[in-house]
Design a protein around this ligand. Structure first.
Ligand code: CA
Length: 232
């Protein structure tokens, strides 16, 4: 599949990494827009929303977590997938980033191939391809529309990240069934998308919070994993 005309916004202050990312994304056929600071990145994302944002966490001025928080709070930008670029020493920040709505992350130093695969998979999911023919699902007054990546709880739209959406859809398809973290990871990943066991927990926390009173339908089964409640 050609990736033509897919503008990706890269918010990264280190020239070497900017260059590495740009070179590899251009080679893959993406358009690339570069910003050096969070402030510039936010302005760029709002004025011309890209298909995806690569966000470095350590930035001069406003840090990446704050940028992510603002992107996910703003209705004009909250649907844009965000992949965080982190150093391994920033693991705590990475978990926080996932909690506030980032969709995935890559650790520095990263392989350009892995990065490209993650972007491709994320955009394919965004385009609805793997779930194209999957019909909407209604469980306990929770409506899940895979084709539209939309969830309504009691008729109200709930804003979820792509990964949260996939996890909810995965669990809700089989109410009462218990899944291990590993099964959830395998069930929601697309191509080379990496959802780690640990980030499953983080996504579940975010999912429950966003679902409000419907969050209790996602039950923790101690020592095993998670299940979607069978009875409302
Ligand atoms: Ca940096």
């Amino acid at each position: 599949m050609s990736a033509g005309n897919e503008a990706i916004l890269v918010i990264e202050d280190e020239p070497d990494i900017q260059e590495l990312i740009r070179f590899n994304l251009l080679k893959e056929g993406y358009q690339v827009r570069l910003c050096r600071t969070g402030e510039e990145g936010l302005t760029a994302a709002r004025s011309q929303p890209p298909r995806l944002i690569l966000l470095d966490l350590m930035l001069p001025g406003m840090d990446g977590l704050e940028v992510c928080r603002l992107l996910k709070q703003d209705t004009s930008t909250n649907a844009i997938p965000v992949i965080m670029v982190t150093a391994r020493t920033e693991e705590v920040d990475m978990v926080t980033g996932l909690e506030i709505g980032a969709d995935d992350y890559v650790n520095k130093p990263f392989s350009p191939k892995v990065l490209a695969a993650k972007i491709r998979a994320m955009l394919r999911r965004r385009n609805g391809e793997p779930v194209h023919d999957t019909p909407p699902l209604t469980v306990h007054k929770l409506e899940i529309h895979p084709g539209r990546f939309e969830v309504k709880a009691n008729g109200e739209t709930v804003d979820l990240s792509l990964t949260e959406f996939r996890i909810l859809h995965f669990l809700a398809r089989s109410p009462g069934w218990v899944f291990t973290r590993y099964q959830i990871v395998s069930g929601v990943r697309g191509d080379d998308i990496v959802v780690t066991d640990r980030s499953v927990d983080v996504h579940i926390v975010g999912l429950r919070r966003k679902l409000g009173e419907f969050g209790r339908y996602i039950e923790t089964v101690r020592g095993v994993g998670y299940r979607f409640r069978e009875q409302p």
